[in-house]
Design a protein around this ligand. Structure first.
Ligand SMILES: Cc1cc2nc3c(=O)[nH]c(=O)nc-3n(C[C@H](O)[C@H](O)[C@H](O)COP(=O)(O)O)c2cc1C
Length: 216
């Protein structure tokens, strides 16, 4: 469960340690904790403040069965993409540990709790722009999960297994499945993150003017 220390994490600490958690201890996430994550999601900005989102908590055995099938489809897509195979038990390399956790997440998808992030589809905007009005909510959810000591992992399951999840949940045709996040009490630790530094990913004014050159 969340410790009082974790509930007092600074936003900086939460952001810099909210890495994907793929292993969970099986303890149910209580409604109050989950509700705080969802409330944080509702605090996110959206175009025109339309808040055209709906979050669906997926935890019944019937819906989880569909999620598990979607996870299996996703796994078959990402295995060749990431050159991933099931590691042998004696392999303790970083890649093996990471792959093992990824397999565990996908294999146990039927037992976990997750949240589907959907957004209304409007003809007036591109899907990317519509996504811009729901992904801040998803990120707020992730940070609120981290702040409470929960582990979470965004997945591609609602994309690769869209028809399965859409049908199981009954999502209307004019709503887009924007994202899907598994959430639970972690087995293992949060953070640190491995990310490229600001200087490598930022330009000033012109695409070709890297931050480093601009500041020197
Ligand atoms: C849109 C999106 C889809 C993802 N899909 C999956 C997935 O299907 N399976 C999985 O194990 N991790 C998935 N992840 C988690 C990423 O692999 C992870 O966030 C990334 O490798 C960074 O690792 P870190 O969070 O441990 O720093 C996804 C993340 C995002 C943002």
């Amino acid at each position: 469960m969340a410790s009082s220390l974790e509930s007092e994490l600074s936003v900086w600490e939460a952001m810099s340690t909210a890495r994907a958690i793929r292993r969970f201890n099986g303890e149910r996430v209580d409604d109050a904790t989950l509700h705080r994550c969802l409330e944080a999601a509702t605090w996110a900005p959206s175009g025109g403040n339309w808040q055209s989102w709906r979050f669906v908590v997926l935890r019944s055995p019937e819906v989880r069965a569909a999620v598990a099938k979607a996870a299996a489809i996703s796994l078959s897509v990402i295995e060749p993409l990431y050159s991933m195979t099931r590691p042998s038990p004696d392999d303790d390399s970083r890649a093996a540990r990471s792959h093992r956790a990824t397999y565990e997440l996908h294999d146990r998808a039927g037992d976990l709790t997750s949240v589907l992030f959907t957004t209304r589809n409007y003809d007036s905007a591109s899907e990317l722009l519509l996504g811009g009005s729901v992904y801040p909510a998803l990120q707020n959810f992730l940070l609120a999960a981290r702040a409470q000591g929960l582990g979470a992992c965004p997945t591609s399951w609602a994309s690769y297994g869209e028809s399965l999840i859409r049908e199981a949940v009954g999502v209307p045709a004019d709503w887009l499945l924007a994202g899907h996040v598994v959430v639970g009490w972690p087995r293992g630790h949060h953070g640190p993150l491995r990310r490229r530094p600001v200087e490598q990913v930022t330009s000033i004014d012109h695409w070709d003017t890297a931050w480093e050159r601009w500041t020197s």
